[in-house]
Design a protein around this ligand. Structure first.
Ligand code: PMP
Ligand code: GLU
Length: 394
């Protein structure tokens, strides 16, 4: 008998983590799987950050940390926000969490009442929808397509707003589409929100530094948006620190206080050694991690070039992050090597079984026509993976 709560029964398993686990399982069985499913840099954490962690261990940082983070780390984050985003925050406006994922979960718990609607431009990052639902909110998906570079327009935002709208959540650069909202595009969205002063914005900027062309823009830079925007960021991506589990927010202080309260009951402060290491990461010039961004750009170009020779894959040109999100609906309804492909999930499983390449179905991101390919893998792996994909389709 299933005695689990409705809350957990209704929660989906994270599709990105599930696919990564499945790929690991198949690898353990001896299958030569190429994992392009997980959004995790394949670089090592830079030495100057590792050295700071070793120093922190030797300096006996071993006690519980302040729930909202060490003051020195919050000060370094304030300096980072000023330097990179021209955003001015004070200490009570910063909360350090166990990854940006916890930061997002805190914000949802702090702001969502049952029945509140949260607008999610699609495709959105896999966990947004379930975090909203876990807090009894209602995700409202705004469909975009490859033809508009997967970006929500001001008119679409306007049309999605109802008296129940509480928030809008997006990531830019976007996981999974790699799209980047320009300052002008954000201004257009902000103009719509001007007419709706009780709507809040969660701007997830965790891929901020992995941006290949335009300048990074934060919606909180607009004076009229600052008081109702939560800016989310973290070190997992640009600093190759996924396992260290540090993320943070800059927010209006009443929201930050609520997140602090939530965290104080659920996890307490984030890990002491990781926080000390992240002080060093925050204080460093972003140019110190530019070598990873340069490599991601080379791989982005490589993936686009290789995919342009695979029939039935339609791509946009991602400007950031490390994903491509091809529309593969060309294959729906077809039978390939005896496999019936009804949808993106079938297609992604087909690639896993026939090409031994792990990707993630677009369904997990609210777009059923696409699959997500992470190019956080070596150029050799990318070439091998796309060659295998092509070979099993043509
Ligand atoms: N937001 C986005 C858009 C992400 O891709 C990720 C990756 N996991 C997160 C948040 C969570 O990051 P973290 O590792 O800091 O929890
Ligand atoms: N953000 C990464 C991804 O989208 C890591 C996995 C996760 O946290 O869900 O693949």
């Amino acid at each position: 008998m299933n005695q689990l709560s409705d809350r957990i029964n209704n929660l989906s398993t994270s599709a990105t983590l599930a696919m990564a686990a499945k790929a690991r399982e198949l690898k353990a069985e001896g299958k030569n799987i190429i994992g392009l499913s997980l959004g995790e840099p394949d670089f090592n954490t830079p030495d100057f950050i590792k050295d700071a962690a070793i120093q922190a261990i030797n300096d006996n940082y071993n006690s519980y940390t302040p729930v909202d983070g060490y003051v020195e780390l919050k000060e370094a984050i304030i300096t980072k926000f000023k330097r990179d985003n021209k955003l001015t925050y004070t200490l009570p406006q910063i909360v350090v969490s166990t990854g940006a994922k916890q930061a997002l979960a805190n914000v949802a718990a702090a702001l969502i009442n049952p029945g509140d609607e949260v607008i999610l431009p699609c495709p959105y990052w896999v966990s947004y929808s379930d975090i909203v639902k876990l807090n009894e909110g209602v995700p409202v998906e705004v469909k975009t397509s490859i033809d508009t570079d997967f970006k929500m327009t001001a008119a679409q935002l306007e049309a999605a707003i109802t008296p129940k709208t509480k928030m809008i959540w997006y990531s830019s650069p976007c996981n999974p589409s790699g799209s980047v909202y320009s300052k002008q595009e954000l201004r257009e969205l902000a103009d719509v929100l001007q007419k709706h002063p009780s709507i809040y914005v969660v701007s997830d900027e965790i891929y901020e530094h992995i941006n290949f062309s335009s300048d990074h823009a934060s919606i909180a830079q607009f004076e009229d948006m600052y008081d109702r925007t939560v800016t989310v960021n973290g070190v997992s991506k640009a600093f190759a620190m996924t396992g260290w589990r540090i993320g943070f927010i800059g927010a209006p202080d009443w929201i930050a206080r609520a997140c602090n309260k939530m965290q104080g009951q659920v996890t307490s402060g984030a890990n002491c050694i990781a926080q000390r290491a992240v002080i060093t990461a925050m204080e460093a010039s972003p140019s110190k991690v530019q070598y990873m961004v340069d490599e991601f750009k080379i791989r982005r170009d490589l993936v686009l070039d290789l995919l342009s020779n695979v029939p039935g894959f339609k791509t946009n040109t991602p400007e950031g992050a490390f994903y491509v999100f091809p529309d593969v609906s060309f294959y729906f309804g077809k039978i390939i090597n005896g496999n019936t492909i009804k949808n993106a999930t079938d297609f992604s499983l087909f690639l896993l079984e026939e090409a031994l390449v792990a990707t993630v179905t677009g369904d997990a991101f609210g777009n059923p026509n696409c699959i997500r390919i992470s190019y956080a893998a070596s150029q050799d792996q990318i070439i091998e993976a796309i060659t295998r994909i092509k070979n099993c389709l043509v």
